[in-house]
Write a protein that binds this ligand. Structure first.
Ligand code: NAD
Ligand code: TYD
Length: 347
């Protein structure tokens, strides 16, 4: 069972697992919130080893029924509320989905696997944001970094990480946790920096850079992340956590300039024309200054490394959004339009 398989990272993971592991039946369990979109999986939805179940991870009866019906023997859990700005607006839904939803899944898995759990694994997909913020220069997070979340989003993810470990320690459940840095690539909802800005450049809308643009993120191409998830699910040591990152630190303002350069070129506009759209706006509350991940453990133990160079990965990503404007228009219209307008329309 892959939870959140209709979202950004989840859809890439479902695609990989369905195509590369025909020996598995992949159950994509997703509530289809604003961030979930079955169109992300158009190319694999007809495969015989793929099943979609629409369900809420907080709904114990539906989760239990799905475990029973499909005899679930492994979970990779991605379903979550995932956007920091939304968590600042509405923290309660983050506690509900990310904490109670994870706990509900764990509890159903524990009961289902009790006594005969050999070979059954619960893999929880988490974020580097649980570790808080690094100073402007020097240092990186790793598996031993103290938890220090600052946003309601990262606090909810930190809590879910703790519950997963607690189920491993208390009930002997086979658990693994991965903490990954910022992902980018096709099918990311255009509320996150990269797809939001590509879409805004396309429409000649302002590009709202929070604060002074000096915040640093460590970027990983989404296909590299799902390759790491596949490795950890199959080869990671039980009870361990694995830090995953791109070894690719970029200041936000530099990322925005790269996006402007690539998008203008692909749209046939004069070089740098869209720089005039950049606006420095009020900073995000509690905005973490810098994230960076030391992913030596997964490199050493599992032989995984990020493969995609940022220039190549960003060029592929920008091209994908510009080639898929129907997808962009679809997810920013209809039932999403009102919220999207409220959050992003006036910037
Ligand atoms: P996303 O917001 O694109 O997708 C989340 C998916 O979860 C959607 O399909 C949504 O419908 C589903 N969902 C939400 N609430 C649900 C519920 N109650 N029941 C069932 N399904 C529900 O998120 P994403 O960016 O793909 O992130 C996936 C996971 O990876 C999250 O757990 C996130 O914390 C983690 N993560 C993301 C990043 C990143 O850069 N995007 C980095 C590290 C870790
Ligand atoms: P985001 O994509 O929301 O990911 P996260 O908050 O999980 O890192 O944001 C990436 C960085 O870009 C973060 O430092 C906040 C910044 N940002 C802006 O400056 N403007 C925006 O409109 C958005 C959405 C993000």
């Amino acid at each position: 069972m892959i939870t959140g398989g209709a979202g950004f990272i989840g859809s890439h993971l479902v695609r990989r697992m369905v195509l590369r592991h025909p020996e598995y039946r992949i159950i994509n369990f997703d509530a289809l919130t604003y961030a979930g979109n079955l169109a992300n999986l158009d190319d694999v939805c007809c495969r015989p080893n793929y099943v979609f179940v629409r369900g809420d991870i907080c709904d114990m009866a539906v989760v239990r029924d799905t475990f029973d019906r499909y005899d679930i023997d492994g979970v990779i859990h991605l379903a979550a509320e995932s956007h920091v700005d939304r968590s600042i607006d509405d923290p309660l839904i983050f506690a509900r989905t990310n904490v109670m939803g994870t706990l509900t899944l764990l509890e159903v898995a524990r009961r289902k696997w009790a006594g005969g759990s050999s070979g059954c694994r619960f893999h929880h997909v988490s974020t580097d944001e649980v570790f808080g913020a690094l100073p402007a220069a020097g240092g990186a997070f790793d598996e031993l970094t103290r938890y220090d979340p600052h946003s309601p989003y990262s606090a909810s993810k930190a809590s879910s990480d703790h519950f997963v470990r607690a189920f491993g320690d208390t009930y002997g459940m086979d658990t693994v946790v991965t903490n990954c840095t910022n992902n980018y690539g096709p099918y990311q909802f255009p509320e996150k920096l990269i797809p939001l800005f590509v879409n805004n450049i396309r429409h000649r809308r302002p590009l709202p850079v929070y604060g002074n643009g000096e915040n640093v993120r460590d970027w990983l191409f989404v296909e590299d992340h799902v390759q790491a998830l596949d490795k950890v699910f199959h080869e990671g040591r039980s009870g361990e956590s694995y830090a995953i990152g791109g070894r690719c630190e970029v200041r936000n303002i530099d990322m925005v300039r790269m996006l402007v350069r690539l998008t203008d070129a692909m749209l046939g506009r004069p070089a740098g024309e869209s720089e005039s759209l950049i606006r420095f706006v009020t900073d995000r509350a509690g905005h973490d200054l810098r994230y960076a991940m030391d992913c030596s453990k997964i490199e050493r133990e599992l032989g995984w490394k990020p493969q995609t160079d940022i220039e190549q990965g960003l060029a592929r990503t920008v091209k994908w959004y510009l080639d898929n404007t129907e997808w962009l228009d679809d997810v920013t219209s209809g039932r999403y339009a009102e919220y999207y307008e409220k959050m992003y329309g006036n910037r």
